[in-house]
Design a protein around this ligand. Structure first.
Ligand SMILES: Nc1ncnc2c1ncn2[C@@H]1O[C@H](COP(=O)(O)OP(=O)(O)OP(=O)(O)O)[C@@H](O)[C@H]1O
Ligand SMILES: [Mg+2]
Length: 434
């Protein structure tokens, strides 16, 4: 779920998938929403603050306090969640989730993220009378103390209340002793990351890429359009899940945060997210706005165009950071051709690609104010859906001079399992609240 970023270098690549660094929590705790600093790190006061705000925001949550919940026993947490969500979310027993996933068997493994494994499960009509028979995805959080619990709680609180066709549906949760689990609707086509960069060898057609971009943009537009905007903070290809018709849905709300209110222009928080997607001003100052999500969206647009990952340590230095590498190619059709995903084989609209490149360039503007808002992004993307000026049929493929890629290009993409994408937090990274 969550990743901690800082200005430290990304971790060295390794074959085993590394766990993201997690804040050291033994020496620090929140007391009555006051932050007590420990020697090595800080808790994230923003979680408590977020929850206080979410409590104010949603009438049904008046009695639910994040700070109360995060430090109370698992029995108490589930009682409070059950009280607030009622039948909207199912409070599962661990034994039920073991049963539907064959004891979290590796045969049912859907994937693994920084905070644990995700398993497929089958709910039959006997499990709960009010729950229809369906496949589900069960995320088993490998929590480390309070921190993992907070991520879990943030996800339950956000996804328990936000419902939209382009957000993955949370069906329920489980909190028993040290165990924290989440149960989602099953997304049969997995993540966009898998389709763009991994196992699936068939290239994703242009129209599908566009459809996914539109769906994901609508999800973000919905979050940003709430009375108090929600900042998603972890927009990336692995968090865009796909249903059987390639409708995109955003998952993973462990880092989501309520946006600024009133005259505030931003919220200030510890830098969390994924290296390569996080907006530069956020990484540098901790200032977070909805425009930070727009930047990450721009990065994903570039990934959709080029088939390259946001960060690829296996490439030559100048090509490792996709934004830096791609920028000079985005302003001319001729140059753009050189960085289009070769897997598309020229089956893309020339005008569509040009417009998306221009849009992506705006989204990744260094100045957040120059970035478009998500509803405008949706509008532009939707206007490109029916273009038929395919590069291959217009004699514009193959591109004349593709940029030189690194050795073992394709193998490198597979190996780059987010190993270098996590940054350790700096113990000095200030929590610039207020
Ligand atoms: N609801 C779901 N339906 C189907 N597959 C899912 C679902 N949720 C997650 N997955 C699969 O499990 C994988 C791991 O998801 P998870 O969110 O734990 O980690 P991640 O997004 O890959 O990394 P991070 O920890 O950085 O978020 C996803 O990439 C996806 O392939
Ligand atoms: Mg994820």
């Amino acid at each position: 779920m969550s990743k901690d970023l800082s200005k430290d270098k990304p971790k060295e690549k390794s074959k085993a998938k590394p766990k993201p660094w997690r804040p050291f929590t033994t020496n620090c705790c929140t007391v009555d929403n006051q932050l007590v600093l420990g020697n090595l790190s800080r808790c994230r006061p923003t979680r408590a603050e977020f929850s206080r705000r979410i409590v104010d925001q949603f009438p049904s949550f008046r009695r639910l306090s994040f700070s109360d919940l995060s430090s109370s026993s698992s029995t108490r947490v589930t009682e409070d969640l059950a009280h607030n969500f009622g039948s909207g979310l199912h409070n599962f027993q661990l034994s039920e989730l073991r049963a539907i996933t064959q004891n979290f068997s590796s045969n049912f493994l859907l994937g693994e993220g920084g905070f644990g494994t995700v398993h497929k499960g089958f709910v039959d009509e006997n499990l709960r009378p009010e729950l229809k028979a369906q496949p589900v995805a069960v995320k088993l959080l490998d929590i480390a103390g309070l921190q993992g619990h907070r991520e879990w709680l943030a996800e339950v609180i956000f996804l328990g209340q936000l419902r939209h066709p382009h957000l993955v549906k949370l069906i329920g949760y489980c909190s028993e002793d040290e165990e924290r689990l989440l149960v989602y609707e099953f997304m049969p086509r997995g993540s966009l990351e898998n389709h763009l960069f991994k196992r699936i060898s068939v290239s994703m057609p242009w129209s599908t890429r566009l459809k996914i971009a539109i769906g994901a943009a609508k999800g973000l537009a919905f979050l940003h359009g709430a009375d108090t905007p929600v900042i998603y903070r972890d927009f990336k290809t692995s968090n865009v899940l796909l249903d059987s018709d390639f409708n995109a849905k955003l998952s993973d709300f462990g880092l989501a945060k309520m946006g600024p209110e009133g005259s505030e222009t931003h919220v200030t928080t510890r830098v969390m997210g994924t290296y390569g997607y996080a907006a530069p001003e956020y990484v540098n100052t901790g200032h977070l706005t909805t425009r930070s999500d727009v930047y990450s969206f721009g990065v994903v647009l570039l990934e959709l165009l080029t088939g390259r990952r946001s960060m690829e340590k296996s490439r030559p230095k100048v090509e490792q950071n996709l934004v830096d590498f791609a920028k000079p190619y985005l302003t001319s059709s001729r140059r753009l051709r050189c960085i289009m995903d070769p897997k598309l084989g020229g089956q893309y609209s020339i005008k569509g690609a040009r417009e998306i490149a221009a849009l992506a360039l705006k989204c990744v503007s260094p100045n957040p104010k120059d970035r478009p808002r998500m509803p405008a992004v949706v509008q532009i993307l939707e206007s490109l859906q029916n273009l038929r000026d395919m590069a291959i049929t217009n004699g514009q493929w193959p591109a004349a001079a593709a940029p030189r890629s690194g050795r073992n290009n394709v193998r490198g993409m597979r190996r780059d399992v987010r190993a270098g994408n996590y940054w350790k937090p700096s113990p000095l990274a200030p929590s610039r609240k207020g």
